[in-house]
Every structure is written in structure tokens, then in C-alpha cells.
Write a protein that binds this ligand. Structure first.
Ligand code: PMP
Length: 357
């Protein structure tokens, strides 16, 4: 080993879902199957590339104002970043600096562990219960901060707001971050608790319900004080996180509420139908409250179904890790894409049962 090796920061990186460049039925990274609002396209067509000479607005002012208006908060309560991954990463760096462990569930979004390791933040992961529910009493011990997604990933389970509030209320000496990447498909947001709890940060994204994963826009809403701390860290890291195009397109996406409501409703309808179809095929799954379903089949391993689907150019997500190795995380696509998935699963299961007979 070279001497310099010992001073290199070595990390085990987060592994994102595959982004195959050929055409596949892509149900593996919880993207929206519908394009963003037509207003986004119109705005994009009007973008003057002459403007690319200049640095973008470091305050992301227009987008911050549009979000403040949307949530009826002050612009000083809004922080934006390059997808919610960037926002969450900045939050880890800014708010989790205790000697005590940060708490997040086991099982949850696997990036939390990566940031904790990267920034050398101590952490502990209370286990979800047998039904994959968050055990709220596990978050009533000494800690250096708390983060969890609601709905959780990859389980798609949504905890009602009274559970979320109890965790925030019991932890007012530390920062609690609620990652609401999927809340638009679920129920009430913790945004309504921002005015009540000084220790709360709610993080959301344009990647899911607003169909803009490729534009990379995420945001945090909190009180002006915590947002100031977050901005201080951001400006110590990279002043120009948001590019000119993302800023312009983001504003249009926030404004087109009617389109957002319509596409979200279609995804929810498809999810309800997908639940019936998957149950009919023998799958079991916790009540999905996100734009995906976390399902297993008692007669097949997760890996077998994952590989089989991939061969047929249908991509879903699968992890070979403890407790969840038999599950597939299936993003809700268009009705046509879901039909292809069901047909493929049905054909395989029928073929298999003939082989057994
Ligand atoms: N939080 C959760 C729970 C997620 O599943 C994701 C998507 N991978 C993110 C945050 C990050 O999404 P993005 O960076 O696209 O906003």
C-alpha cells in the first residue's frame, strides 16, 4: 500500500438504480411515467443561451419565491438544491454534528448511511417492526438528530402525521428531518408542523410527482434560522448549485398545479389497479402510499423474478440485503407499462406451473 493511501477518504458509495440507454419498461427508479408540465417545455423553448455566459442566480431567487408562494411561507424559509439528494447531503453536513448517534430506520433510503459514513457522523438504525413499520418509541432515546422518509423507502409505508409529530415533539433538542420525496402520493405533509416546531426540516423533490428527475431540483422548508445555517454551508461548498435552466423550468413546474394534480391522480388510479393485479398473481405487499409497490411472491425469490423481468426488458429494483431480498420495488408506470409487467409475470408463472405438473 502506498503511504498516501492512508490519508485518502475511502467511502462505499450509494448505488443508484440502472439507467439503461436502450428502450425498456423502466419501473426501477420511481420516476414519473408522464412528462413534466407543458409549461416547462414552453419555458425551455424560450431560454436564451446567451444567458449561459453568466453564472446563475446564486440565491435561486425565482424558484425560492415560487416555492414560498406555493407553501404560504417566507422565501427565507426555503432552501433549494440539486435534487433532494443534494439538499439532504447539505442537511447532514449542517445539522448532524453531535457525538451522539443520528437515528434513522433499518430499513430505509440507503443514501443516509452513505452520507453518515462520508461525513463521519455516528449513527444507529432502529429496526422496523415485523410489518416494516417505524417503531416510534425507538426514537425516544438520546440522539444527535433524526431523519426518516415518509412514506418510507423502499417499503412505501406512510406513517400518519400524529406519529411523525410525536417523534418531532419528543426530540426538540435535536434536528428532525422528514424526507417527503413521495408524500404527494400519500397523505398529509409535515409542512403544516413547520410553524409549531423549531427543530423540524421538511425535504421534498421535483423528481417524483413533478416529473423532473432529470432536472435535479429538491428543496427544504423550515424556519429562517435553520435555512440560514443551511445556506451558510451551501455557500461554503458551491455557490452556484442550481443551473439557469433548472431554475427557469422549476418555476413553471411549481406554478402548474392543475397538471400536477391530474398526473398524480392518474398514478394513484394506476397504483390501485396494480395492487389488485399483483394480489391476483399471488404477491403480498404492505399498503403502498408512494408511486411504487414493495412486493414479494411466496413462491419465488426476489432475485429470480428480478432477473426474469430484466431479460424481458422490464426493469424493477431489487436488493440482495437482509430482510428485503425477496422483495421487488416496482415503480408505478403508465397503464400500458404495468400491463406488460403483469402479462410477463403471468406468463412466467404459468410456464413454471406447467413445468412442475
Ligand atoms: N429521498 C428518498 C426517500 C428517495 O427515494 C429519493 C430518490 N432516490 C431521494 C430522496 C432523492 O431524490 P432526488 O435527489 O431525485 O430528489
Amino acid at each position: 500500500m502506498k503511504a498516501f493511501e492512508k490519508n485518502i477518504r475511502k467511502v462505499v458509495p450509494y448505488v443508484p438504480g440502472e439507467q439503461p440507454q436502450n428502450k425498456v419498461v423502466k419501473l426501477n427508479t420511481n420516476e414519473n411515467p408522464y412528462p413534466p408540465s407543458p409549461k416547462v417545455r414552453e419555458a425551455l423553448q424560450k431560454i436564451d443561451t446567451e444567458r449561459f455566459r453568466l453564472y446563475p442566480d446564486p440565491t435561486s431567487g425565482g424558484l425560492v419565491e415560487a416555492l414560498a408562494e406555493y407553501y404560504h411561507v417566507e422565501p427565507e424559509q426555503v432552501f433549494v438544491g440539486v435534487g433532494s439528494d443534494d439538499v439532504l447531503s447539505m442537511c447532514f453536513l449542517t445539522f448532524f454534528n453531535s457525538e451522539k448517534p443520528v437515528l434513522f430506520p433499518d430499513v430505509t433510503y440507503s443514501f443516509y448511511k452513505v452520507w453518515a459514513e462520508l461525513y463521519r457522523i455516528p449513527y444507529e438504525c432502529p429496526k422496523l417492526d415485523a410489518e416494516f413499520r417505524i417503531v416510534k418509541d425507538d426514537y425516544k432515546r438520546e440522539n444527535g438528530g433524526i431523519i426518516f422518509p415518509n412514506p418510507n423507502a423502499p417499503t412505501a409505508i406512510y406513517e400518519e402525521l400524529d406519529v411523525v409529530e410525536e417523534i418531532i415533539r419528543e426530540n426538540q433538542d435535536v434536528i428532525v428531518i422528514v424526507d417527503e420525496a413521495y408524500v404527494d402520493f400519500a397523505g398529509r405533509s409535515a409542512m403544516e408542523l413547520i410553524a409549531k416546531y423549531e427543530n423540524l426540516i421538511v425535504v421534498q423533490t421535483f423528481s417524483k410527482a413533478r416529473s423532473m428527475a432529470g432536472m435535479r431540483i429538491g428543496y427544504a422548508i423550515s424556519n429562517p434560522r435553520l435555512i440560514r445555517y443551511l445556506n451558510d454551508v451551501k455557500y461554503s461548498f458551491n455557490s452556484y448549485t442550481m443551473d439557469q435552466t433548472a431554475l427557469v423550468c422549476g418555476v413553471e413546474a411549481v406554478k402548474d398545479q392543475e397538471y400536477f394534480v391530474r398526473t398524480t391522480k392518474t398514478i394513484l388510479e394506476t397504483r390501485e389497479w396494480a395492487k389488485k393485479e399483483l394480489a391476483g398473481l399471488g404477491f403480498v405487499f404492505p399498503d403502498p402510499r408512494a408511486n411504487f409497490i414493495f412486493a414479494r411472491h411466496p413462491a419465488y425469490t426476489g432475485r429470480e423474478l428480478f432477473e426474469m423481468l430484466k431479460q424481458k426488458n422490464i426493469y424493477v429494483r431489487h436488493w440482495d440485503t437482509e430482510r428485503i431480498a425477496d422483495y421487488l420495488r416496482i415503480t408505478i408506470g403508465t397503464k400500458e407499462e404495468m400491463q406488460q409487467l403483469f402479462d410477463c409475470l403471468r406468463d412466467y408463472m404459468e410456464e413454471e406451473s406447467h413445468l412442475i405438473l
